[in-house]
Design a protein around this ligand. Sequence first.
Ligand code: SAH
Length: 472
Amino acid sequence: MTQTDRARKVELAITDLGSEGQGIGRAGDLVVFVPGALPGDRVEALVPGGAGPGRRFLEAELVRVVEPSPSRVDPACLAAPDCGGCQLLALSYPAQLEWKTKVVREALRRVGRLDSVEVPPCLGAPLPLGYRNKAQFPIVAVRQAKKGGGPVSLRSGLYRRGTHEVIPVEGCLLQHPTNNAVLAAAVRIASELGVTAYDEDTGVGLLRHVLARVSQDGRQAMAVFVTSQVAFPMGRRLAAALQQAVPEVRTVVQNINPRRTNVVLGPRDVVLSGPGHITDTLGGLRFRVSPSSFFQVNPSQTEVLYEVVARMASGAQRVADIYCGVGTITLFLAARLKGLEEIVGVELSLAAVRDAAANAKANGIRNAGFICGDAAAVLADMAGAGIPVDTVVLDPPRKGCEPAVLAAVLRLACRRVVYVSCNPATLARDLGILSAGGYLVREVQPVDMFPQTAHVECVARLDRRESGEGAG
Ligand code: SAH
């Protein structure tokens, strides 16, 4: 391919997937990323101009699939071409799992130089669709008749790939069916009651988003109406009608978000009916979930993930669970680990720490405590004070651990580290640092928490190297 300034169509064989789930093909020396293309496809793609010499990567637009990959399946979702939320929906589920395993192996090799680490196949989810317990949809007004006039009705929508434009959809394949039912009923009833939709551009109108959350057993659901102002005169009628339409709805909350912002939830909740929260279970433990609580979105697969954490932490007596959120891993380990004396959860968010302490109490767990603070500072204090910790669990956000956190872990020099990660690249980087600092990476287990998307979750087990053991 000659590199000119004009956009042009090329035919490409797609051989791999990028970290965002885009297909990758090669045109001469150029690596071309094609969103929507899959490994095994032959595609026609529109390559943009301006690929001057020295340019090695480009993103091209998929024009058509010339010859489909044998792993292609019919996506069964009408919104798929516009939404872009499920990057892998058109890839068969076994092929998705294979790709996720490969991503982890390659990240370890490339970023962490950890070629010899064992990476068993990614653990697949029993529910590759319908698994999400939390739905969050913007609301738009749609005029029924195309040419002006006609009544306006509300629709739930989702954002067009990479934009803030809302396209109307009825629900989502990834959602628990009850969430889709709550959304559909909430939007229909709000429309009938004459509720107006908030317009992002003008700041006019009332209803911004509808949220639905559902417990793992599907028996308890919550609906949240996010409004632009406090006055919501039809709120209680709406709540009553929604509970009648979908009996699983235990509580309905109004959340007030007056700000001109992309952030969905505002600072204030008004309970319209029920207790204002639902109760969910993970591994037999009960957790309170409020409109803004952080809670893993794929509960059955979260149990699979936490079982892996428990297996890798087995034998631990004194554990520090760093980045503990509302204490789900902390309490899961407290309930599962035989011989555990004490576990301490560390978390920056005060609201999450309060929820964690309440969750410990509600489950009658006495050997778990929580510290609100920055991971690096708390770990450094523990190391400085010589607190006897034999196992550290790390579950950082996507950017991975700060260097100061890893330095403090190395100073603490505990027997084992169990690292839970949602980003193979930062995991590999951090494992490389821990490996150079005296730990042996024994195993990295990928777990599919988000089927149909390019996200990959992992749990790694590291042991402190005995003198004489080789680097790994
Ligand atoms: N382990 C939990 C939550 C993991 S999400 C679970 O499995 O559900 C990561 C958490 O790290 C968030 O709750 C976030 O508030 C917290 N966090 C982010 N930066 C932090 C820091 N510097 N110190 C402590 N906690 C932090």
